[in-house]
Design a protein around this ligand. Structure first.
Ligand code: B12
Length: 210
């Protein structure tokens, strides 16, 4: 097995120590950091996404894989000039007003970051006004809204309405998710898409920005 294969395998198995050690060895051996990221870490995570979608991997394993990947990124990233880091796009994400659930949203963040997205995570209980301010400040390609309560789902609509009223909706893709949310609801409130989990969120983001 080549050293890059070992990294891919380590990500797939959620082997944090193995991936970190493997990345250190490749760096010491002079492999370009971007090759380690693209051909090792991101390639491994892409397999994880596919296996999850096929039902061959479950969320706790995906999380371990994402952590292993994160351990590798931490070692390799400082060696790359900021502007060289491949970025698939910029995402601002938060849990909507009145809602304190963030476990799922944070999983989505990990998956997006693992797939090359630059993510600004605003946290929980974010008001429509705060989302608008964050869009003005960070100028993301995508805005992600999370809600876990049937009551706070309505704040997703309020947020999209506020984006429209404030004139910052054009050119912005809004994606939504959370256990009570559906694709029909996304359409109803004028969002650009819905995804049921982290890997699907990455697929959706890739599709919207293609
Ligand atoms: C953990 C939990 C809590 C924790 C939250 C801790 C935290 N830091 O997040 C605590 C204890 C704080 C909590 C509080 C409450 N909770 Co609660 N909670 C849950 C629980 C058990 C699990 C949620 C979870 O983390 N799931 C695991 C993650 C991985 O899944 P997920 O969140 O769905 O996320 C995935 C997808 O939805 C998607 N996704 C998520 N966000 C996004 C965003 C985008 C952009 C995209 C594309 C995708 C996406 O990808 C994620 C990864 O796969 C659920 C039950 C359940 N089965 O869902 C109840 C649940 C959501 N809670 C519920 C309730 C009622 C409450 C409280 C009102 C309880 C109370 N009476 O105080 C409070 C409300 C607090 C508040 N204002 O928000 C109800 C909601 C009922 C409803 N239909 O509205 C549920 C369904 C439990 C139940 N059966 O009654 N809760």
């Amino acid at each position: 097995m080549s050293d890059l294969e070992k990294i891919r395998e380590g990500v797939l198995e959620g082997d944090i120590q193995g991936v970190a050690g493997g990345c250190r060895a490749l760096v010491a051996g002079g492999m370009p950091p971007l090759d380690i990221i693209n051909q090792g870490l991101i390639a491994g995570m892409a397999v994880v996404g596919k296996k999850f979608k096929a039902g061959d991997m479950f969320m706790p394993e995906v999380l371990m894989s994402a952590k292993a990947m994160g351990a590798g990124i931490e070692i390799v990233k400082p060696l790359i000039a900021e502007e060289d880091v491949p970025t698939a796009g910029k995402v601002v994400i938060g849990t909507v007003e009145g809602d304190l659930h963030d476990i799922g949203k944070n999983l989505v963040v990990i998956m997006l970051e693992s797939s090359g997205y630059q993510v600004v995570n605003l946290g929980v209980d974010i008001s429509p006004r705060e989302f608008v301010d964050a869009v003005r400040e960070h100028k993301p390609d995508i805005l992600g809204l999370s809600a876990l309560l049937t009551t706070t789902m309505l704040a997703m609509k309020d947020t999209i309405d506020e984006l429209l009223e404030e004139g910052v909706r054009d050119g912005l893709k809004v994606i939504i998710g959370g256990a009570p949310v559906t694709a029909d609801f996304a359409e109803e409130i004028g969002a650009d898409g819905y995804a049921p989990d982290g890997p699907a969120a990455v697929e959706l983001a890739d599709r919207l920005l293609a």
